[in-house]
Design a protein around this ligand. Structure first.
Ligand code: ASP
Length: 432
């Protein structure tokens, strides 16, 4: 559906185009904003504009409403910047993959599009080119819900290539929805990478005044330059303000809120470091120090791996085909890692056919333990293993990687129970 005939005529008569800045007065109220395409679910007489706050509003246009064009063109997103490379400064590479951090309003479709050029990414961090040699590549242009295993593989190879080509740090600008999965994938694929690899995103796009993109990027750059840490990390707001940023270990982090700036949390571990607004870094535990050396990307993944969430009423017959086809099965169980006893014969059958069944907990907080209740013991007897306090999604990514990098199911199980990239705690730690 598009704007009604009368509204389309009105817009045409004043020369308004998508992206034009309009003043719209209707029923004693005046709004100023950029003309957006018609919203499919609203009436044809509702005019949609994007306010400078970034929010869209729909305004009903009556015969006596007044619509004026204040400025004809859509704002240009492109801000080209000149880079000067200087000896002695750290070399930081930005790899853009899309997501809200690389987004602006698309005045054609009205949606947010994930495409920012390399120089636009750099322009988001004022003053950055004075302290580091920055280069940027827009590698993908995706919302992270569209990321898949091939993208992780491509990204891991690109990161290793940049480090081997002289980068002191690589920053991956990424959508927030599946950032934890990508961070986990890079953590296993890049192993003991000698430099910081930092994923960073934003909950509000850079064309909005309230965007968290510049502050998250600034914190990430500061961590890259002054943190001296090697590994895969996620840097995002720690609070709602711009006063504290958390550095999460790539295998421990989850998006815990749909929209808040401080949506990211480390689960079953504290963030490895915090930065304040001046950029002072406080580590909460020992870091692996950045060093010289090469990076290697081991990117093989076993694709027939699934992540299932147990729920009361789960019908084993619906999952038989899936489980019997999968070499790796991660189950986010209830509580200590349980499923209903009706699922246990299927677990036994899958394990018997050579699949690896790994149990995590949908509680997220705390460790799994299959030794406490009969259900758990029956799951162990069926062949399932549990992986302490590992996040379900991290276990899924790790299982894909482990299955592709071990000779048999036994070795895969052993590796699943061995911490490889900070993904699990220690069996000796006590939960209170
Ligand atoms: N859906 C978006 C994405 O994950 C959200 C974001 O970037 O924050 O790409």
């Amino acid at each position: 559906m598009s704007y009604s005939v009368s509204l389309s005529k009105l817009l045409e008569s004043i020369g308004a185009k998508e992206g034009s800045n309009l003043s719209v007065s209707s029923k004693d109220k005046t709004y100023i904003g950029r003309l957006m395409p018609h919203h499919d679910f609203s009436d044809g007489d509702i005019l949609v504009i994007k306010l400078s706050s970034g929010y869209n509003v729909g305004i009903r246009i009556y015969p006596d409403s007044e619509v004026k064009v204040l400025e004809h063109s859509a704002p240009a997103l492109k801000k080209e910047v000149a880079f000067e490379r200087k000896e002695g400064r750290p070399n930081i590479v930005f790899i853009g993959t899309g997501g809200t951090i690389a987004s602006g309003a698309d005045y054609r479709t009205g949606a947010v599009r994930p495409a920012l050029s390399a120089s636009e990414m750099i322009a988001l961090v004022p003053g950055i080119t004075d302290i580091a040699n920055i280069s940027a590549k827009a590698m993908l242009s995706l919302f992270s819900e569209n990321m898949n295993v091939e993208h992780w593989q491509e990204l891991a190879k690109a990161v290793a290539e940049e480090i081997n080509g002289g980068a002191d740090a690589v920053m991956v600008l990424h959508g927030t929805d599946t950032m934890g999965y990508t961070a986990a994938a890079l953590s296993f694929m890049l192993g003991d990478v000698p430099k910081p690899v930092v994923l960073v995103g934003a909950q509000r796009s850079p064309d909005r005044p309230s965007s968290d993109a510049p502050s998250n990027l600034t914190a990430a750059v500061r961590f890259c330059i002054n943190g001296g840490a090697a590994g895969v990390f996620v840097v995002m707001h720690d609070t709602l303000g711009d006063d504290s940023f958390a550095v999460h270990t790539g295998t421990r982090v989850r998006k815990m809120h749909t929209s808040r700036r401080d949506a990211f949390e480390s689960i079953n571990a504290s963030p490895i470091a915090f930065l304040d607004e001046e950029g002072t870094i406080r580590f909460t535990r020992e870091k692996r120090a950045a060093a010289s050396g090469k990076a290697a990307a081991r990117t093989d993944m076993e694709r027939s791996t699934v992540l299932l969430q147990y729920y009361p009423g789960m019908d084993p017959s619906l999952f038989e085909e899936i489980m019997m086809k999968s070499k790796g099965i991660v189950i986010a169980g209830s509580g200590l890692g349980h499923v209903s006893e009706s699922m246990i014969p299927l677990i036994k059958k899958a394990c018997g056919s050579g699949s690896v069944v790994v149990v995590t907990s949908q509680c997220l907080g705390g460790r799994t333990n299959l030794n406490v209740y009969n259900t758990g013991r029956d799951m162990l007897a069926a062949g399932a293993i549990s992986v302490l306090d590992m996040l379900p999604e991290t276990a899924y990514v790790k299982l894909m990687w482990v299955l592709a990098n071990s000779k048999d199911a036994e070795e895969a199980k052993r590796l699943m129970m061995t911490p490889l990239a900070g993904e699990m705690g220690d069996r000796r730690t006590v939960d209170v």
